[in-house]
Write a protein that binds this ligand. Structure first.
Ligand code: HXC
Length: 522
């Protein structure tokens, strides 16, 4: 080191280039080759693909670990196994950290963590989104406690940043143990099929402790977390696919909760009619239809960006644009369990609503819901408190809230799908809407039980009474007469109405009681 400082300025500059180039080779050719053989990109290749060309500015490249334990004193770990910095994505500034598996398995030691702290702190100060690309063996085993402290500092920053700047994590390799909690604290988790997994304890420990045998993939792979646990919001095919989709996703999001929404150029018309919606509801009310077609019809150019596509499919959450402005859509999906609300659907929708509200993205709800899922499984899984999350999330949201009742809106679930009483600014119903306490047959079985059982022909009497009940309640007119809904609209006019209302409500501000924070039933 002393000799290095002795030469001419020219030599010092040359030496700087040599040292920098050395660090840029990461874990060396052999390790890079191994990474590529697994069809994984290196951290630097990932950064290059995530950011607009030549815009990434790396910070703290020369940071080194300072541990001497268990042979680490002699071990060089380039950039301490993580690349941090900022650059442009679609022309907008974003901060990022990419763990470099080729350098000590991307393991997280004290200095590695401090680099991530620094870039997260910068993202917070600059009020710009943060993207983490995880590919790591977890806590650097040789370093011990400082590694754990490192994770703690990341979790703390994830929490401080929550609702302030968008946080996205891409799982592009192993993520095990407590390391899974930074992704879980972020807003969105992308996972790459086959090459990524997340779990608290791996297959070996599971086998030893409870005797269960399971593979890495089945336990914590992208598909498992996208279909079973709901931890993963987006399953992607490859590193390239993952990074391209994060770029697209960021185009829907503002830089921070204090930033304006990004407005995309729009060639679609606000007055476009959607005649296909006039015929989408089947004549028989227990038949299914494709709610995604309804959402696509209303969206600019039919474009939908859908998180959680494979989990809790009875409810759809999606980002769309209307006249170029982002909108968060929540819709019951009649194709799965008749669009009923259960524990997972309530969790999925509630978190989505809170994200949109935190970042000022207006909410559009399509309601076609027969109720809350009955049964011991749901009751004992806590449908009461999970269902309450939905009521809480909608009620606390202060962004513009529009609701369209397409068909069923029954009972508590009617309230739960952004009814007027939960603060919807404008509720519309199609002429096919049924806004009632419950379905007609069920209602008659309760109210007219004695009368039906003592009738000469109970089935005929039940049908007769159900018909009268339907006439009174299973339509939008009774609700409209009470002002519980604002308007009955032709389905074809849905986009037109929604576009006008969103424009009208653009400056909505709602001030709530001064307090520390709500206590959502978690
Ligand atoms: C130090 C690590 C490491 C770690 C991997 N390496 N994980 N070094 N600490 N946690 C090093 C390896 O020694 C090796 O170094 C290089 O990275 C590549 O690792 P390989 O094992 O050769 O790679 P591969 O065969 O692909 O296996 C990947 C792996 C395995 C499955 C991730 O490395 C592994 O099991 N690692 C340990 C995982 C783990 O138990 N982590 C602790 C989790 S607990 P050389 O020098 O040989 O190239 C945790 C707690 C967090 O993280 C708590 C937060 C609150």
């Amino acid at each position: 080191m002393e000799n290095e400082q002795k030469g001419s300025t020219e030599e010092k500059l040359r030496l700087f280039e040599v040292r920098k180039a050395d660090l840029l080779t990461m874990g060396g050719e052999k390790m890079v080759l191994k990474q590529h053989e697994l069809t994984k990109l290196t951290a630097r290749e990932r950064v290059d693909l995530l950011f607009d060309a030549d815009t990434f500015q790396e910070i703290q490249l020369f940071v080194k670990h300072r541990s001497t334990l268990f042979g680490l004193g002699e071990k060089e770990i380039p950039a301490d196994g993580v690349i941090t910095g900022f650059g442009l994505i679609n022309g907008r500034t974003v901060f990022a950290a990419a763990q470099d598996f080729t350098s000590a398995g991307g393991s997280l030691g004290e200095m590695h963590a401090k680099k991530i702290w620094k870039v997260m702190d910068m993202a917070l100060s600059a009020r710009k989104p943060f993207v983490a690309m995880n590919d790591s063996g977890g806590a650097r085993i040789q370093e011990g406690v400082p590694s754990l402290e490192g994770y703690g500092g990341i979790f703390y920053r994830n929490t401080i940043a929550s609702g302030y700047i968008p946080q996205i994590t891409a799982i592009m390799g192993p993520t095990a143990g407590g390391a899974v909690y930074s992704p879980a604290l972020a807003d969105w988790v992308f996972m790459v099929k086959k090459n990524s997994y997340m779990y608290i304890t791996g297959p070996e420990v599971i086998k030893a402790v409870i005797g269960e045998e399971v593979s890495h993939e089945d336990l914590g792979g992208a598909v498992a977390h996208a279909t079973k646990s709901g931890v993963c919001h987006f399953v992607t095919e490859s590193d390239q696919d993952c990074l391209a989709r994060i770029r697209t996703f960021l185009s829907f999001l503002p830089d921070s909760c204090h930033s304006p929404l990004p407005v995309a150029a729009c060639t679609d018309s606000p007055g476009r009619e959607c005649p296909e919606l006039d015929t989408i509801i089947p004549d028989k009310t227990n038949r299914v239809y494709d709610m995604k077609k309804v959402i696509a019809a209303v969206a600019d150019k039919g474009e939908i960006f859908e998180p959680h596509e494979l989990w809790a499919k009875n409810i759809i959450v999606a980002f769309i644009r209307i006249m170029g402005r982002p909108v968060g859509v929540i819709a019951n999906n009649p194709k799965f369990n008749a669009g009923i609300l259960d524990v997972n659907a309530s969790d999925k929708a509630s978190r989505f609503i809170r994200f949109c509200d935190a970042f000022n993205i207006p909410l559009l709800t399509f309601s076609d819901v027969p109720g809350y899922m009955p049964g011991t499984r749901q009751e004992w899984s806590g449908i009461i408190s999970h269902g309450a999350k939905l009521l809480h999330a909608y009620s606390e949201a202060t962004v513009p809230k529009l609701t369209v009742v397409t068909r069923k809106a029954y009972g508590g679930a009617y309230l739960g799908m952004c009814s007027k009483q939960l603060g919807a600014d404008y509720v519309m119903a199609w002429p096919t809407a049924e806004i009632a306490v419950m379905g007609a047959e069920g209602a008659c079985n309760i109210v007219y039980r004695r009368e039906i059982s003592s009738a000469d022909d109970p089935a005929a009497r039940r049908a007769e009474l159900a018909c009268a009940y339907e006439g009174q309640f299973n339509n939008p007119y009774f609700a409209a007469s009470l002002g519980v809904i604002e308007e009955i609209i032709r389905p074809r006019d849905t986009r037109k109405r929604v576009a006008t209302l969103l424009e009208t409500l653009q400056d909505k501000t709602e001030v709530r009681l001064l307090k520390k924070h709500n206590n959502i039933p978690l």
